[in-house]
Write a protein that binds this ligand. Structure first.
Ligand code: SPV
Ligand code: MG
Length: 432
């Protein structure tokens, strides 16, 4: 009997899946490679059901002979091992980020003397409406809020990219890269105070108030499903913070990071060039405790950000604060630095991890930007935030276009930098 291989990630079985499996079983014994949770989370939303459940469901389907684990986005390893006669796939991977993978699979199948069989995706189109509907459920507050903790359980280190409006939210949500058989997407979004303020033409001094920050969050949440970490600046007055915690968790925000500064907040990357005052341990721990007490859901995270290194108060002060903040109930620690070299960040992580192996550590490598996520992970960091790169690349591109228009008194010269009208019209498809 011939062997047929299919990859599956779904947790919801609909008629379209049954149809593919039935057709595949007409070709031979069907082996289904079920994608692990980590792989599913790396190219689309966090799986609706855990791997073990998906295996049980798929094993029970008529026509499935064997279910195996697929621990990479590319089925390459399994194809080489099981050497099927047919690889079955929907033809929707002919374009988009999977195009490269398709070519690779064709050459593997040639190598092992097998063949790729593609089913027209158009026949399954009605099911994509159903899938979108199910996916949109992950944007609901209770589901989205817990995603950050889910991801932290699934991966040792996750990343986060800045988003400050619907469009940057969509970039954070959808950008996918396929590299060496693995897929990469951003795990979460960081709603930066710097970028939210900059987008409004305002300085980053806690001037953009919480109502306006919530408008930004809503705009992003309306078009995305990934978990959100809010840059909460100092958290404001304790009396206000407790209300804001409740509002944010009700919205479905996963975490707020508050920094241990007081008075007029200035951006940390100014360091000691401007006057900035660090809060006392006593006050800041009281704020953390009040926030944790106010919280209603179990998933929401309050992460304490330590400014000791930014303000040149020394490593000992940073560590003392870190342990005081976790003792007060902080769900994570963000350590910040504006040095180009990562040494003080690494030292902090090393010392903190000697006493605390579990509290998530967050870094924002804007200055120490040579360190890869893999290296941060190996040192014990759990969240890497790319805090401002979309704003810092988008702004000069727009400025260049504006200058070029003024210089040439027409739009012709700018056209070479522009996406096509067709692309901008199709950038955001209408739902339907
Ligand atoms: C932000 O993105 O607003 C931050 C990170 O707070 S930093 O700008 O590095 O202080
Ligand atoms: Mg900020």
């Amino acid at each position: 009997m011939k062997k047929v291989y299919i990859s599956m990630s779904t947790g919801i079985i609909h008629g379209g899946h049954i149809q593919i499996i039935q057709r595949a079983s007409e070709l031979g014994l069907v082996i289904v490679g079920v994608l692990t949770d980590k792989v599913v989370a790396s190219y689309k939303n966090y799986p609706i059901l855990p791997f073990e459940e998906r295996v049980k469901i798929i094993s029970g389907l008529k026509g499935v002979s064997q279910v195996v684990e697929q621990d990479e986005f590319s089925p390459k390893k399994n194809l080489m091992y099981y050497r099927p006669d047919y690889l079955v796939h929907g033809d929707d991977w002919k374009s988009g980020f999977q195009e490269k993978l398709r070519k690779e699979c064709i050459s593997i199948m040639n190598e092992i003397g097998g063949e790729l069989v593609e089913f027209p995706y158009s026949e399954l189109k009605e099911y994509s409406v159903l899938e979108n509907e199910i996916r949109s459920k992950s944007a609901l507050p209770d589901v989205r809020r817990k995603r950050l903790r889910d991801l932290l359980r699934l991966k040792k280190c996750i990343n986060s990219i800045e988003a400050h409006n619907g469009l940057t939210g969509l970039i954070a949500e959808k950008t996918t890269v396929l590299q060496d058989g693995k897929t990469y997407q951003f795990d979460s979004m960081w709603v930066s105070s710097l970028c939210d303020s900059t987008a409004k033409g305002k300085p980053d001094i806690e001037l953009v108030d919480m109502s306006s920050r919530i408008n930004t969050l809503n705009e992003i949440m309306e078009v995305t499903t990934k978990p959100i970490i809010l840059d909460g600046d100092t958290g404001g007055l304790v009396e206000h913070f407790v209300y804001n915690v409740k509002t944010l968790e009700r919205l479905g925000i996963s975490a707020i990071i508050i920094e241990d500064k007081t008075g007029l907040k200035k951006n940390s990357l100014f360091g000691t060039e401007v006057e900035q005052t660090q809060d006392s341990i006593e006050n800041f721990t009281a704020k953390i405790r009040a926030g944790k007490k106010a919280q209603r859901s179990k998933d929401f995270m309050i992460i304490a950000r330590i400014e000791s290194l930014i303000l040149e108060k020394g490593m000992e002060d940073a560590l003392k604060r870190a342990f005081a903040y976790t003792a007060a109930g902080a769900d994570g620690i963000m350590i910040h630095s504006r040095k180009k070299e990562p040494d003080e960040i690494f030292k902090f992580v090393e010392e903190f991890r000697k006493k605390d192996k579990i509290t998530p550590i967050v870094v924002v490598p804007t200055s120490f930007n040579q360190v890869t996520e893999e290296e941060f992970e190996s040192r014990g960091v759990n969240i890497v935030i790319y805090a401002n790169q979309l704003t810092r690349t988008g702004f000069p591109a727009m400025q260049k276009a504006a200058i070029t228009l003024l210089e040439n008194h027409r739009a012709y010269e700018v056209d070479q930098f522009c996406m096509s009208i067709k692309d901008i019209l199709n950038l955001i498809p209408e739902e339907g």
